[in-house]
Design a protein around this ligand. Sequence first.
Ligand code: HEM
Length: 132
Amino acid sequence: MVGERSGGVEWVAAEPELLAGVVGEVLRLLPPVGGTDRFVTRRTTLGGHVVEAGQRVVVDANRDPEVFVEPGVFEPRREPVRHLSFGRGVHFCLGAHLARMEAEIALGALVERFSGTWSRCGGCRSDLTWWS
Ligand code: HEM
């Protein structure tokens, strides 16, 4: 996604300070964990909907237009990026900082090592399918 879909590699190559923002947007738009689920323990109302005890609720709101301006747009300059890809609350991902750091180091190293050799889709594999 970073290279082929969004031009994220070009973003990083042109402005390395956007590395964290690029990783954040990849996590927001293409989260490795597709949603967080919870079982409701008592009858409650969520966003105007009544949810009964025992029902399962899946939270996946990384493209909520009430939170993100133009939610479908890859925008590494978003501030703040309040995506839910690492969960939220008491079970927030303990490895979030490590995961972000690893991604930033790896992507930064790739862009530096292969600077100038990236193309938007020139080298796309025809056997891959991209979803939006
Ligand atoms: C891109 C990488 C990662 C993603 C997208 C991710 C995502 C998540 C999410 C969504 C949750 C919350 C699950 C829930 O609330 O039900 C979670 C929890 C957790 N993650 Fe990650 N994670 C990542 C990497 C890591 C790494 C590298 C570690 C450890 C080194 C880690 C350790 C944990 C632990 C221990 C929890 C449970 C926290 C708790 O329940 O209190 N994660 N992660």
